[in-house]
Design a protein around this ligand. Structure first.
Ligand code: CMC
Length: 425
């Protein structure tokens, strides 16, 4: 019998029957509930209290504002690591030694090119004002047609190859989507540059023989990618796992996850923050805007989080990076408004009582904008950063041999009724 202090007892008052269920890793196995009360389902829209899986990748303590990848605090990784090293850590569980790191960086660097058909026929087929997220999502899905062997998801070597391709080709596709929207020629990857530098080169290079981005900006981008690399079972990662649970290939699953990230409540929030600040327009309008948020007429974008009920630790790091970036680019004209908005919200009972603090997206948009990225590229940057997290969870899911995702519903529609021919309606 379970230790009664480490268990819960569920009683079905209709029958008087009880079951004692042990608490394991802080959770209660729903199978015991299902056995006691077959056909009675938990209602949990948005999965607020449902743990859909166990995971050993990211430890997120929202009450205390703690985020760790494989045990390493996000602050230390942002300070001392690189995005590619963090990718390795998330995917393989440990920080690489020098040899492993060299091999990993080599593999990523030498898979950045894409098939010419992707550029000439696929990317050029979009309308001139296509949103780069729509282009990127479609391009990721299209990669599955170039690598049909990706369907062999239970072969670890094959899996490694596809993981590698998705991480290495993401920036190439993203930059291509951007250049296509400007009618600018595509810039091929430069293997002499590191991951973030190469992305900036593919974005901005014009006619110079080699594009060398400002090291402060390249570093800031790398740090932002680290901060976005994983966030346990968020909407897009859950999408990755749900699609992955059907044993679809990783390109199809990652395209679906990209779609989930596209929404303004998730990855699109950084773009929405800039729109919000521009709509507010001036200092004098901040107070009335906050009042409209409190009246439920609008949302304070970049604030609030399903899991964090304290200051998002990533937001603190983003703020530090913003200062460094603004020293190079000049201060964003929207920064002072953002700071004032934050100060008002943090001291207002509406936000305090609901534990609403700035999240990672409150300041990232300001950095991206100052670096020269157009607004519709912001979520694309988030996609590049989140890719290793999606893939780490996809790999973990396959190793766990999880059942196909298939939630239940509580049917609230009409009961059986007879069909009436259209003439009689
Ligand atoms: N502005 C104003 N009120 C808010 C906000 C906000 N940004 N977020 C939550 N609330 C209120 C909400 O109205 C509710 O109040 P009440 O109890 O009176 O009905 C209460 O706080 C709880 O909110 P909720 O909607 O139940 O919270 P949720 O966990 O379902 O939503 C969220 C989380 C992130 C979708 C939401 O906070 C939000 O829409 N924030 C703005 C968008 C945003 O910044 N998203 C980026 C999230 S971080 C990046 C990522 O991980 O994707």
């Amino acid at each position: 019998m379970a230790d009664p202090t480490e268990s819960v007892t569920i009683t079905d008052n209709r029958t008087g029957e009880s079951v004692e269920v042990p608490l394991v890793d802080g959770g209660v196995d729903a199978k015991a509930w299902a056995k006691l009360m077959p056909g009675v389902w938990f209602t949990d829209p948005g999965f607020s209290v449902t743990a859909s899986t166990t995971s050993a990748i990211t430890d997120l303590d929202g009450a205390n504002g703690i985020l760790r990848y494989r045990g390493y605090p996000i602050e230390q990784l942002a300070e001392s690591s690189t995005f590619l090293e963090v990718c390795y850590l998330l995917l393989f569980g440990e920080l690489p030694d020098q040899q492993q790191m060299d091999a990993w960086v080599h593999d990523i660097t030498y898979h950045t090119f894409i098939h010419e058909n992707m550029r000439k026929r696929f990317m050029e087929g979009f309308h001139y004002d296509a949103h780069p997220m729509g282009m990127l999502m479609s391009a990721i899905a299209a990669l599955s047609t170039f690598y049909p062997e990706a369907k062999d998801i239970f072969d670890p070597d094959n899996r490694y190859k596809q993981i590698n391709r998705l991480i290495s080709k993401g920036p190439t596709l993203a930059a291509m989507a951007y250049r296509a929207s400007l009618g600018m020629p595509f810039v091929y990857p430069d293997n002499e540059l590191n991951y973030s530098e190469n992305f900036l080169s593919m974005m901005w290079r014009v006619a110079e023989p080699q594009f060398k981005p400002d090291p402060v900006l390249a570093k800031a981008l790398d740090v932002l990618l680290i901060l976005h690399a994983d966030h346990e079972q968020n909407c897009s990662t859950t999408t990755m796992r749900v699609v992955g649970s059907s044993h679809a290939d990783p390109y199809s699953a990652a395209a679906a996850a990209t779609g989930a990230l596209y929404g303004p409540r998730h990855g699109g929030a950084n773009e929405a923050v800039i729109h919000m600040l521009e709509d507010i327009g001036s200092y004098d309008n901040i107070e009335p805007f906050v009042e409209s948020v409190k009246a439920g007429e609008s949302r304070l974008m970049g604030f609030g989080h399903r899991v964090y009920k304290a200051y998002d630790p990533r937001a603190r790091i983003v703020k530090e990076q913003a200062d460094k970036v603004f020293e190079v680019t000049g201060k964003s004209p929207l920064l002072d408004m953002a700071l004032k908005l934050e100060e008002i919200a943090l001291n207002d009972d509406y936000f305090k009582s609901r534990n609403l603090y700035p999240n990672v997206d409150f300041y990232t948009g300001l950095i991206y904008q100052s670096m020269g990225f157009p607004l519709d590229m912001f979520t694309v940057l988030f996609t590049i950063g989140r890719m290793p997290g999606w893939l780490a969870h996809w790999q973990e899911l396959l190793e766990q041999e999880q059942r196909i995702a298939r939630p239940r519903q509580l049917y609230t529609g009409v009961g059986e009724r007879a069909y009436t021919p259209i003439a009689d309606r």
